[in-house]
Design a protein around this ligand. Structure first.
Ligand code: FES
Ligand SMILES: [Fe+2]
Length: 357
């Protein structure tokens, strides 16, 4: 897999679309996890569903000319129909449907306006559920994510773990994001598939006041949450404002992922779409993430990094957290995700003072 020491895509939930981008009766062809897939929504406006793309009859791709009929998908070639569970429901020239072949129905959820699917290289069912993004579901206090904050950043040569490793990285802020100072790790909490890391930041450090910090430098927090390797939230908390950004990394093949970025921030009362500082924050973060993309697309994976200062513990910590998502291929234990030679507990000896806006 690129030059990474893993043989399979990590297990977990991955974004494939936004709910608002999939109309009733709409069907889309997708390619993720090196698989041909379709995503559709029934004409009744029911839930989104991901299915394998090839019709078991003679192999037509349902995402190219197939159509939605009621809650089912009709093949473009001979009109066979398939239900959301993948079972055949209708053959136009036979008395009854067949049970001898079916599509694979992928576990699909719509949570807070985001459509996600479960991927497990062994085909095992979900072992956890995604709790979503509270700001995305609170449209009284926050702007709707679609269309204002929803951006596809396209196919990139990025592995999901690169995005996670950002959680360890306090020192890249000045170089990649133009910050006046690095961040400081303030807290680190792990719970199974979930990781929560907070950075204390001095926004606007060593610089003149800007629209972002009109009163000069101000203490703030970046809270990062990982749910497996596919879904990560960065939450910027500064001067009473919350900017919540979901960065979703969905593997396309062994070298590429599609990057989705979804952002909202506090709604200015009486406005329907982001304006002023809110619009600037959303635009800023949509742009800032591309600076990370540039690094991740061109980096080479270093198995034994040269650590300096206090960065070793958090980097070893994120890599240890990531390992749980790489399964052994069934019947082939030799391909299990490799463990780092050195495993250390991540505890932060001297947490920085967290200033909660
Ligand atoms: S290939 Fe799908 S109905 Fe024949
Ligand atoms: Fe970054």
């Amino acid at each position: 897999m690129k030059d990474w020491p893993f043989e399979v895509h990590p297990t977990g939930w991955y974004q494939v679309d936004w709910s608002a981008a999939l109309a009733p009766g709409q069907i889309k062809a997708l390619k993720y996890f090196s698989e041909e897939l379709i995503l559709y929504r029934g004409e009744d406006g029911g839930r989104a569903q991901v299915l394998s793309a090839y019709c078991p009859h003679l192999g037509a791709h349902l995402g190219h000319g197939g159509k939605v009929c009621g809650s089912e998908v009709q093949c473009p070639w001979h009109g066979w129909r398939w239900g959301a569970d993948g079972c055949n429901t209708h053959i136009p020239y036979a008395e009854r449907p067949t049970q001898r072949g079916r599509l694979t129905a992928w576990e699909t959820r719509e949570i807070d306006g985001v459509v996600i699917v479960w991927y497990d290289a062994n085909g095992d069912p979900p072992s956890w559920e995604w709790k979503g993004v509270p700001e995305f579901r609170d449209e009284q206090a926050y702007y709707p994510i679609f269309p204002y904050g929803a951006e596809r950043h396209g196919q990139r040569r990025i592995m999901p773990q690169s995005v996670l490793e950002n959680f360890a990285d306090t020192e890249h802020f000045p170089y990649v994001h133009g910050a006046g100072e690095p961040g400081t790790h303030a807290s680190w909490e792990e719970d199974g598939h979930y990781l929560n890391v907070k950075f204390a930041m001095n926004f606007g450090a060593n610089g003149p006041p800007t629209w972002l910090t009109p009163n000069g430098p101000v203490a703030g927090v970046i809270e990062s949450e990982a749910f497996g390797l596919g879904l990560g939230i960065a939450r910027f908390l500064v001067e009473g404002r919350t900017v919540a950004q979901l960065v979703a990394t969905t593997p396309i093949d062994e070298e590429h992922s599609e990057m989705f970025s979804t952002i909202t921030t506090n709604r200015i009362p009486g406005t329907t779409e982001p304006e002023g500082v809110a619009a600037k924050w959303i635009a800023l973060q949509q742009e800032q993430i591309t600076h990370d993309f540039h690094i991740w697309e061109n980096q080479r994976y270093v198995d034994k990094p040269l650590y300096a200062g206090s960065e070793e513990r958090p980097f070893v910590g994120v890599r240890r957290f990531a390992l749980q998502f790489y399964p052994a291929k069934r019947g082939d234990a030799a391909t299990a995700g490799r463990r780092p030679e050195k495993v250390v507990e991540v505890t932060l000896d001297e947490p920085a003072e967290v200033v909660t806006p």
